[in-house]
Design a protein around this ligand. Structure first.
Ligand SMILES: [Zn+2]
Length: 76
């Protein structure tokens, strides 16, 4: 399990990025919400989307291989 956080500040595309605890791009404590422990970014995204429909995975710390953006579109 890894610990995931959701940024409370949008990026240049209007998305709120999800980060692992170890990510170098993790926002400061005041600028993030704790999502909880998840097996992978996809599970964290599912949780984050229930809080913020503009949540998206960070390219740096979350896997890019699977078509996560497509999954997100289907769920919206
Ligand atoms: Zn990240």
């Amino acid at each position: 399990m890894k610990f995931f956080y959701l940024s409370t500040i949008s990026d240049e595309n209007g998305n709120f990025q999800i980060h692992e605890k170890e990510c170098p791009n993790l926002p400061d404590a005041l600028d993030r919400d704790y999502l909880g422990p998840f097996n992978n970014g996809k599970e964290a995204l599912r949780r984050a989307l229930s809080l913020n429909e503009n949540a998206s995975l960070c390219d740096t710390c979350c896997e890019k291989k699977s078509k996560l953006s497509l999954i997100k579109l289907k769920e919206l």
